[in-house]
Design a protein. Sequence first.
Length: 336
Amino acid sequence: MQYKIKEKPEDFIVKEITNKVFNKVNGKYLIYKLKKTSRNTEDCIQFLSKSLYIPRKHFGFAGAKDRNAITEQFISIINKNNKNKIENLKRAENFSLEFVGYLDSPLSLGDLQGNSFEIVIRNIDDKIEISKHNKPYFIINYFDDQRFSKSNKEIGKAIIKKDFKLAVELLVNQNQINKELIETYKNDYIRIIRTVPLKILKLFIHAYQSFLFNEICKEIIKKEGYPYKEVDYSQGKLFFLFKEPNNCKIPLLGFGSETSEHQSIVDEILEKEKVSLRDFIIKPIPELSGFGAEREFIAKVNDFELEKQEDNTIKVNFYLEKGSYATIVIKKIMTA
């Protein structure tokens, strides 16, 4: 499967669609549209926090956006006579801010409707047939490679299994922890782990839950006998369907997950992984304990358009509801 995306930032354009109505007069939080190129969301927030002397906890956003892209999203900043300071810093390297209104509560993860995408796919293998008939009406709602990064899943699993020594070793390899901390706190691995910001630690737990979700989806596909095509990804294989299956809720596993509908599949995967649902109760770091949630098995791909450009290049436009991955849509197009 030969093709390239994100060769240039302008090859991957994301625009966040909000589900909020902003007050035009006043509110406890200022709302800005953050436009950025080749920077991730947290990087911009940290820059603003340090430059404006506003604590990080007073910023909020609805969804993290990729570094290798041009993106637009909404962020909230506490309104304590900060507007003039922000106006003087609206433009920085590779990002800008546009004031759009106020809210009485900060933006938080999930406070969005979805995202629209404009993506250029380059260097398409001549053997791959690309036409408007490749239109993907749906995708299996997998988590994709960017969720896992370098050893995110492994760190999450180590914490869940209470193998805190291994978690620290992996965090050092990820440059989340410096070796001086190891010298200072010796074998107090829990204390060392607690030096990593909670938001980042939760990403590791979520990465492992996301991996398990993908595995459950694949087992459902096999169990139901759906014909599928395999595609490589960073955690193994993904199975793509071209006939839409019945939708259902799939557990994002945690200690409170309801798994009866897919009990045998969940049991098999947990046994293979040598984990249990109770492992998601993390008493030494209780704020990392994962109760569990649910996620749709399939996601609809809306407003899809495909345009052939120069040789071996196409541009696609589409809309996805929050939480679904545009790169999974691209994988499906290139697998059809």
